[in-house]
Design a protein around this ligand. Structure first.
Ligand code: ZN
Length: 551
């Protein structure tokens, strides 16, 4: 869905409905602002302490916020406002959209919601405690992954792959029930199914996503087939089988979502005697997006009890932005700190004049895109050379593999994400159909991986995202697409270069200026696709991702 023009009525006095809505929003923000800040602080405290009292405080506060948004009278008021057609002023209409969606997704009736949450939690628990078996012996996920990485005997690989799928059979019936309950909730709110409801409240339109994914499919078909054929030759030789005998277990992870390690790329040596925090800080300062104050309130190093992953949080939409990392001086953490600081500068450099409800990223995937845009630099040879003071020879060493690796990584992920997007759409449209064979039809279509003869198991159910993060997976892909679209626009229109060869952004204040003015300051003032069009001249398209990675 695209807004062709945004209407700003200057100088017109607000009408009665508009005044009423303004009053509602003011009262709402007075109520919700401190609650959100308290919740964000509780979440932060819990992540850095690991203490159960902090987690308890977090769930109490989260529940309170949910109670605000589940109020049926307030929802009815917003619905009436929307249907009145009287809310003309653009900024007010946007706030209404954002509020309406937030209330809508919380209108599921309490008893049904409880069943959904309880069943989801039970399945998730099953995932974390279930262990597959090889010849009757239990194996952990790490052991399975290790076998799929290094084992050369096809029979052993097959056993490990089968073990990775056993959890699917264990949870499939519950998961189908969960899908039906989610659908029931969505249908009570007037939607075809839960997939449509989720996309609608996330301001995404199925037709628009279909268009993007279809185009990506078309544009990657041939190049993927070619890359995959090269990869298959290498793998077949490694395992001593014919290419035609390659089976799902010959790829290096259970879903073929990651790049098999056939093109060696180890960049850690370049980072081990550097300080990734200092590099990131210096880089962001150089592009005019200082992160000093963010780093000062962040929690960057490993500690007992602390969350072992990484994230960014905007505590108050007024500049208190923090990241959590567990830094080590290696390439993966270089990428991660660049990534998290990408989220952080987006939050930090919102325009403080924008209304509170719109002072957040345009969409979850647009902030992901900014994070990816910067995270990609940790493997960029030109960036590495300048930041790490490498010789030309060293840069050429990195170039030899990094381009090929990035290409393979991106295209393999894109084809995998198509499976996820398409399957999930069809799963919610009709959970009664033969899902087991639908899954393999899609894997064959998109990933060009053959279904094992006679396989009739719920292999799809082994993917935990269907349980814990429904109707979300496509956002990873949209983030990659936007990161490339911004990259292309900046290279050609801001830096005014002919190609992106040797582009590192280092020291380019124009890059920070552009992102601040066109992306960060806009917050959620525009629908995400309008923001993208205003920033880059066109709505989201897969063209530039393909230009960057699929050559
Ligand atoms: Zn992220």
């Amino acid at each position: 869905m695209m807004l062709a023009v945004s209407i700003t009525v200057v100088g017109c006095a607000p009408n009665a409905k508009e005044r009423e809505l303004e009053g509602f929003i003011t009262a709402h923000v007075v109520k919700i602002k401190p609650m959100e800040r308290q919740t964000n602080l509780a979440s932060w405290d819990a992540a850095i302490s690991g203490k159960s009292e902090d987690y308890d405080r977090l769930s109490r506060l989260t529940l309170k916020i949910r109670q605000v948004y589940s109020d049926p009278q307030e929802f009815a008021f917003l619905k009436d406002m929307k249907e009145s057609g009287q809310i003309k002023r653009a900024e007010l209409a946007r706030q209404l959209d954002v509020l309406y969606d937030a209330y809508l997704e919380n209108q599921i009736e309490p008893q049904l919601l409880k069943r959904i949450v309880d069943l989801g939690t039970a399945i998730e628990k099953n995932f974390s405690t279930f262990r597959g078996t090889i010849e009757g012996k239990k194996v952990t996920d790490n052991e399975i992954k290790e076998i799929l990485k290094i084992e050369t005997d096809s029979a052993r690989r097959k056993q490990a792959w089968l073990a990775s799928k056993q959890v699917g059979a264990e949870v499939a019936n519950d998961l189908i029930l969960l899908v039906k309950l989610r659908n029931q909730a969505a249908q009570k709110l007037g939607f075809d199914n839960y997939h449509t409801l989720s996309l609608t409240t996330a301001e995404q339109d199925v037709k628009e996503l279909d268009r993007i994914f279809d185009e990506l499919y078309e544009l990657t078909n041939e190049p993927f087939a070619k890359l995959k054929a090269d990869l298959d030759r290498i793998l077949a030789a490694e395992y001593g089988v014919a290419v035609t005998e390659l089976m799902p277990w010959h790829y290096h992870d259970p879903f073929f979502q990651e790049t098999p390690m056939v093109y060696e790329l180890d960049l850690d040596a370049y980072y081990e005697d550097k300080d990734v925090k200092e590099l990131a800080e210096r880089f962001y300062a150089g592009i005019g997006l200082p992160v000093e104050s963010i780093l000062a309130s962040s929690d960057l190093y490993e500690r007992e009890g602390k969350n072992p992953h990484a994230f960014c949080t905007d505590i108050d939409r007024r500049g208190d932005v923090r990241i959590l990392c567990n830094l080590k001086n290696n390439e993966a953490w270089m990428e991660t700190i660049l990534h998290e600081l990408g989220h952080a500068v987006y939050d930090k450099y919102h325009d403080p004049e924008v209304p509170y409800l719109l002072r957040e990223p345009a969409h979850i995937f647009t902030t992901e895109a900014i994070a990816m845009f910067f995270g990609r630099l940790s493997r960029n040879p030109a960036w590495m050379q300048q930041m790490l003071e490498l010789s030309d020879e060293q840069r050429m060493e990195i170039e030899k593999v990094s381009g090929k690796y990035a290409q393979l990584k991106q295209i393999i992920f894109a084809r995998w994400d198509m499976v996820m997007y398409d399957f999930e759409k069809q799963l919610y449209a009709n959970p009664e159909q033969d899902l087991n064979s639908l899954w393999w039809d899609l894997v064959e279509k998109y990933q060009l991986v053959k279904r094992p003869p006679g396989r009739e198991e719920p292999d799809w159910a082994a993917k935990i995202h269907f349980t814990i993060a429904p109707c979300y997976y496509h956002n990873y892909m949209l983030g990659e697409l936007l990161a490339s679209q911004l990259h292309h626009y900046i290279v050609h229109n801001i830096l005014k270069l002919q190609s992106d060869e040797n582009v590192s952004y280092i020291g380019q204040k124009k890059v920070g200026d552009f992102l601040t003015k066109r992306v960060f300051e806009a917050g959620a003032v525009y629908h995400w696709n309008e923001m993208i069009e205003r920033a880059t001249g066109q709505p989201l398209t897969p063209k530039y991702f393909v230009a960057q990675f699929v050559k």
